[in-house]
Design a protein around this ligand. Structure first.
Ligand code: DC
Length: 205
């Protein structure tokens, strides 16, 4: 059983890198941010507080993201949900429920898990920990290209979320002890993936 933890700010390339590394290694991919997004979406739809509803939600993250059985793969990427997810993720009650579910999943099998607190809180025992970064302008450029939208607006919103994610009291975004810092600003996806895969291969020799 091996866990590869990939943490870092939005737009550093975590999702694509984690997904590709998982495919190359035959590991299962865990998108922990999708869980916070599901909480935010449900809270918006029900006009409820994230903490009140998070513990009772059923979230499934196979090929599609299912929230209480409904396909929300696209809906959770809406800008309002990104904003809500950043707020929901600052709530300790929400985090406790999500972390418990993430630990339950990671207990069996080989995983590439991606988020903000995988190496620090969810799976501090992960065999490989990577903290993926890229400079803010580059991250905003990638997000704008991926989601559509204006780069300056994406950069402004990203700065607010980065600040909130890094300064919150509970599980702020920070590299785990022993994490390998990987700046992807000048790297292609292939180069980044190759570096992470090499860490896992080195571990197995
Ligand atoms: O990676 P993402 O953009 O889908 O994450 C959505 C929000 O959830 C983001 O504001 C950070 C937060 N998050 C978190 O606090 N902890 C995680 N393990 C994953 C995401």
């Amino acid at each position: 059983m091996t866990v590869v933890a990939i943490d870092g700010p939005a737009g550093a390339g975590k999702s694509t890198v984690a997904r590709t590394v998982a495919a190359e290694l035959g590991f299962t991919y865990l998108d922990s941010g999708a869980m916070y997004r599901c909480v935010a979406l449900a809270a918006l739809e029900r006009d409820a507080s994230p903490a009140a509803i998070a513990p009772a939600l059923t979230i499934s993250l196979e090929d599609r993201v299912l929230l209480d059985g409904r396909d929300v793969t696209r809906a959770i990427r809406a800008p309002a949900v990104s904003e809500g997810a950043s707020r929901a993720a600052a709530d300790p009650v929400v985090r406790e429920a999500m972390v418990a579910e993430q630990r339950r999943l990671l207990a069996h099998g080989d995983w590439v898990a991606e988020g903000r607190d995988i190496g620090t809180i969810v799976a501090p025992e992960a065999e490989v920990k990577v903290f993926l970064t890229a400079n803010p302008a580059e991250r905003a450029r990638r997000r704008a290209a991926e989601l559509g939208g204006d780069e300056a607006t994406v950069l402004a919103e990203q700065t607010i979320r980065d600040e909130r994610d890094s300064t919150r009291d509970h599980a702020p975004l920070a590299p785990a002890p022993g994490a390998v810092m990987l700046d992807t600003t000048g790297l292609s996806l292939e180069q980044t993936v190759a570096r992470v895969v090499a860490m896992v291969v080195a571990l197995r020799r």
